[in-house]
Ligand binder design. Structure first.
Ligand code: NAD
Length: 252
């Protein structure tokens, strides 16, 4: 018996990295999954990996900075799978790695549009659908950069900090409606996002390896398992928290 048997999960940014790993993990644990991403090729690849493993999934091309797209992804869950039980607001972009005074204005706006407003739309339309469907669990992607200041990530970090605060608002406003809202705050995870950053800033590779007290980098499945915990009944009394998945970084 899977931990999310017969549940329906919508996962944004599921064409790559942590989102793809979470989508396959949820499917392995019995959920039907809506894979929502701007990247159609990667999204379809996630769907076929799930199908190959005997699971059920569908892809919806979604730009999370567009409220209609987010609403569309959630409607797909209701129309194709009969409801929505779990939403993982995972899609994000890393933005530039620059000191604050050199951080490009347009890039800042795009980071806020995707990483913060994307989560806001997910919460808004996800909660609306869950209120009509007897409750559910929402998990959003924060970061260690949303908990403490990580140099040269001001736009990204500010958006992630706001994700933690939106999570707390959603948790208390809907606690009586059977809707839980939590976030995960990964440290450095071996994904395309980190690979791109290393490609553009090769000096950061050694720095990333040394960031967390636990040796090396996290693997996407280590974050996916934390999302599975928060999305399932295993965490039935947990709401409003940002769960660090960062090898002890924030304990220092
Ligand atoms: N990798 C890390 O070290 C790390 C650390 C802390 C937090 N995170 C967070 O984890 C989440 C996943 O990161 P990842 O490392 O797997 O990144 P990734 O780049 O591998 O995957 C991100 C996915 O989001 C999609 N995406 C980007 N913009 C989108 C948009 N506007 N609408 C819909 N989809 C969009 C991309 O197409 C991609 O499939 C992000 O929220 C990220 O900020 C990652």
């Amino acid at each position: 018996m899977g931990l999310v048997e017969d549940r329906v999960a919508v996962i944004t940014g599921a064409a790559s990295g942590i989102g793809r790993e979470t989508a396959t993990t949820f499917a392995e644990h019995g959920a039907s999954v809506v894979v929502a991403d701007v990247d159609a090729e990667g999204g379809e690849e996630t769907v076929s990996r799930i199908a190959d493993g005997g699971g059920e999934a569908t892809f919806v091309e979604t730009d999370v900075s567009d409220p209609d797209d987010v609403q569309g992804a959630i409607e797909t869950a209701v129309e194709e799978f009969g409801g929505i039980d779990v939403l993982y607001n995972n899609a994000a972009i890393e933005g530039p790695v620059d000191r604050l005074h050199e951080y490009d204005d347009e890039a800042f706006e795009r980071v806020v549009d995707v990483n913060l407003k994307g989560v806001w739309y997910g919460l808004k339309y996800g909660i609306e659908a869950m209120l009509a469907d007897g409750g559910g669990s929402i998990v959003s992607a924060s970061s260690i950069a949303g908990e403490v200041a990580v140099p040269n990530y001001s736009g990204y970090g500010a958006a992630k900090a706001a994700v933690g605060q939106l999570t707390r608002y959603a948790a208390i406003e809907y606690a009586e409606d059977g809707i839980r809202a939590n976030a995960v705050a990964p440290g450095i995870v071996r994904t395309e996002m980190i690979e791109r950053t290393i490609e553009e800033n090769p000096e950061m590779e050694a720095q990333f390896e040394e960031t967390e007290p636990m040796p090396g980098l996290a693997e996407p499945e280590e974050v996916a398992n934390a999302v599975l915990f928060l999305g399932s009944e295993l965490s039935s009394r947990v709401t409003g928290v940002t769960l660090p998945v960062e090898g002890g970084y924030l304990a220092q």
